[in-house]
Design a protein around this ligand. Sequence first.
Ligand SMILES: [Zn+2]
Length: 358
Amino acid sequence: MMIGERIQQARKASGLSLRVLAEKTGVTAMAISKYENNQSTPSSGVLLALSNALRVRTEYFFRQVSVELKEVEYRKHSKLPKKVLAQIEGNVLEQIERYLTLEEILPVSPIQAFELPKSLPAKITDYDEIERLANLLRKEWKLGQNPILDLTGTLEERGIKVFQAEALHDGKFDGLACRVNGAPIIVVGINWPGDRQRFTLAHELGHLILNGRLSAELLENEEKLAHRFAGAFLAPASEVLKELGSQRSWFEPRELCVLKKAYGLSMSAWLRRAQDLSIINDATYLKMVKLFRKYGWHKQEPCDEYPREEPQVFTQLVFHALAEDLVSESKAAELMGKSLREFRALRKVDHARSAINQ
Ligand SMILES: [Zn+2]
């Protein structure tokens, strides 16, 4: 990839038009357009101005790794304008490039390549099979039946890369799943509460698993099935029955708060689980949904927010590489997407603590 494409990619990732970038840098839009088309080469001064305005390091423009997102699947894609999608994809690409650069530096990756268990059924023909599928995956991944405390770590350990991107466009971006060089990647909105991030992660995992297994009749319901999978994976049917009982006529909201805290599954999703498993009938479900709407709980749930998920593997690997002298401090900072000063603050664990206390 030449420098022109890199400039354009960074510009799209930042969501800036040629005109706005020109204003921010004092370089004309015409000149920037020429750089992007490799018709002229920017001076180092111009590159510095571009890197400041686009919030990337100048090394970014010279990076050799180039990747392409394949089989991109969005949650709620229909509501997002093309420009926002390009911005999200650009942002994700940049993160993935740093990850792949790091993987090339590390002689042996401690993370296994992603592979789905062979024992999963080849075809899914009805909704109830989703419950069995989720259970089977839990069994193969040795997760037991308990709540999954660190879902991001659980996925990362098994070779699914998890990234975070800003919940752009009035928070309409929940997440996306895609493949890069055949490896699965899930991206979640960074600003969502933890339970929503976890549902997105599990939903996208559902797509990964359902892909190629759905019968022709079910194919058009893939979204619903991915939702069902997410609920079933986060709160297995056997546990839901234990927690709620097999027949209910109503739930106290506080009861759902407690369960949300234990499982990292939203109160609304618990209601849906209760309906899916016929613990409440449709009329009760609708009455409860109405109650949630009345108090605005369908947008913001009462009780404590569930803590956010945080990908850890990448940071761990960067410091591993630094500790073993595989990268310089400056390269490590670049990989983390931080300035050297920010990186040094992160590196010094004592100082990091005092910085938090300030
Ligand atoms: Zn989906």
